[in-house]
Design a protein around this ligand. Structure first.
Ligand SMILES: C[S@@+](CC[C@H](N)C(=O)[O-])C[C@H]1O[C@@H](n2cnc3c(N)ncnc32)[C@H](O)[C@@H]1O
Length: 205
């Protein structure tokens, strides 16, 4: 898979008008709003876990909203993305928030971390960038870097003009078939009159 993602083309200022239309806010004027929403969503999710994760990775972290929110919860956090411009925004966000995050650039299909490095892996909006044929490889990588009992949380929204989220329960089941990841819970939530979020919680067996 080509990982030379032109982040600014897809998510940066030039794309921002379109990006706003389907709910991806990356502008600094909106950071406080994004961060507050991230914190509320994450707090609810983390409260539902048996134990608080010690180490987490935000896969396809973009400008780092989720990673910074994780770090605010006291979790040792790695933000991982293929795009250097996105990571530059993320570093700035972490500095402004006064939290430490390790930012790493790379491809989610070849995670440069030791086995069992994390208790929690999150993917907010990265999965739909991974071709269906590459998704089993992605799932195997996530399973490898998660500790047994660790959690993989996937959050995908529907794209403009599409009624359903880019990922579905079936596509996630296909992705993890044959890996040590097991799908435990799927929630499809309406965000507004046009948008849905699909939240899937998986456990590393
Ligand atoms: C829609 S953005 C979501 C960003 C962030 N998670 C958020 O919710 O704001 C998708 C991100 O995934 C990253 N990405 C896509 N494919 C990737 C890959 N194969 N390896 C690493 N990052 C990837 C892109 O660079 C982009 O920052």
């Amino acid at each position: 898979m080509d990982t030379r993602i032109d982040w600014d083309e897809h998510h940066g200022p030039a794309a921002r008008g379109g990006a706003r239309a389907h709910g991806h806010e990356h502008g600094h004027a909106h950071d406080a709003v994004v961060d507050a929403a991230e914190d509320a969503e994450l707090a609810g999710f983390l409260a539902g876990l048996d134990a608080s994760p010690a180490a987490a990775i935000d896969l396809g972290c973009g400008t780092g909203a989720t990673a910074v929110a994780l770090a605010r919860h006291g979790i040792v956090t790695t933000g991982f993305d293929g795009s250097e411009p996105a990571l530059e925004h993320a570093r700035e966000r972490a500095r402004a928030a006064g939290v430490e995050v390790e930012w790493v650039r790379g491809d989610v299909l070849d995670l440069p971390f030791a086995d069992a490095s994390f208790d929690l892996a999150l993917d907010r909006g990265c999965l739909h960038h991974v071709a269906a044929t590459d998704q089993p490889c992605y799932a195997a990588q996530v399973a490898r870097v998660l500790r047994p009992g660790g959690t993989f949380l996937v959050r995908e929204c529907n794209q403009p003009g599409h009624a359903a989220p880019a990922a579905t329960e079936d596509s996630i089941r296909s992705m993890v078939a044959g890996t040590a990841l097991e799908l435990r819970r799927v929630v499809r939530r309406r965000l507004d009159d046009r948008r849905y979020a699909l939240l899937a919680a998986l456990v590393r067996l």
